[in-house]
Ligand binder design. Structure first.
Ligand code: SIN
Length: 284
């Protein structure tokens, strides 16, 4: 156990992520909140358990980290709280109230934007007793574990990301985009190896779903390389698997991680999560 600006923490996995202990976010003073933000930037993932938060309070909490980001699709935002997006399989009066299985498949959020989101926060409102874990990969550890020759081969490679491709091919919730969404989400190009602006640490930063090519490497070789790197970075030795409890807040740094949701028996159980994003900057 360690202290960081007055807060107590314990690692989620040695060297990756921390659980913050003894903090009720609704009552946290400025110093405690600064410690929480600091823990996030240093460790890549933070967990706070047993929180009771309204959508307004969640929005206020993520604003401690930066500007809350809008969601690409608006249909499942919480009424009156445009920054809070519902993930759920609940259906009310014949209509789904949230996106179901939205984050299944290894990815980093908003990678199809010029400025992908810095952080993703999930708040557990209702969770199934089994399944629906969220797994987060430490892409700094994955990068650091590569031999220098391999790092040299990968450094400088650029990935072409396409939202249109992602949305038309994804396993859950595939759809053709409206002209407006196409206009708002043109293709973008990001480095395969990303530098963390806080301290310069490097992260292997591939992603499945949105990447359609590695610049200068013809397909299928290019996409095989991306898949190989995602498989490599998401091995158990680099990942933390979160088993949800109601009231959990899990927040991760998209600049140095990949994550995936996992399936659950949606014929028996309901899952409802609130997701918020924090605005990011251009990867380099
Ligand atoms: C996400 O990828 O944003 C959600 C992951 C999850 O639902 O566990």
């Amino acid at each position: 156990m360690s202290t960081a600006t007055q807060i107590r923490t314990r690692p989620l996995k040695p060297g990756f992520g921390v659980e913050i202990l003894g903090v009720d976010l609704r009552r946290a003073d400025r110093e405690t909140m600064a410690g929480v933000v600091d823990a996030f930037h240093r460790s890549g993932v933070i967990l706070l358990r047993d929180q009771v938060m309204t959508p307004g309070e969640l929005t206020g909490f993520v604003a401690e980290f930066g500007e809350p980001e809008d969601h690409t699709l608006k249909e499942f935002t919480v009424e009156g709280h445009p920054k809070v997006y519902r993930l759920s399989n609940r259906v009310v009066d014949g209509r789904p109230i949230g996106a179901h299985n939205d984050g299944v498949g290894w990815h980093t959020d908003y990678s199809y934007k010029q400025e992908p989101v810095m952080a993703t926060m999930l708040y557990a409102v209702e969770v199934p007793p089994e399944g629906a874990d969220t797994i987060i990969a430490d892409c700094v550890a994955a990068w650091d574990a590569l031999p220098p020759e391999r790092q040299g081969e990968l450094q400088g490679k650029v990935l072409h990301h396409s939202y249109q491709h992602f949305m038309s091919t994804r396993e859950y919730g595939a759809r053709e985009l409206s002209e407006e969404l196409k206009r708002e989400n043109p293709d973008v190009y990001h480095p395969l190896v990303r530098t963390h602006p806080a301290d310069g640490r490097k992260a292997l930063w591939p992603s499945t779903g949105t990447v359609i090519e590695v610049m200068g490497v013809p397909n299928p070789e290019g996409l095989d390389l991306v898949q190989e790197l995602v498989d490599y970075a998401t091995q158990d030795r680099f990942t933390y698997r979160h088993k949800w409890r109601v009231g959990d807040i899990l927040m991760w740094d998209n600049r140095c991680t990949l994550h995936t949701g996992t399936l659950f028996d949606d014929t028996r159980y309901i899952r409802e999560m609130h997701r918020l994003w924090v605005r990011g900057d251009r990867p380099y």
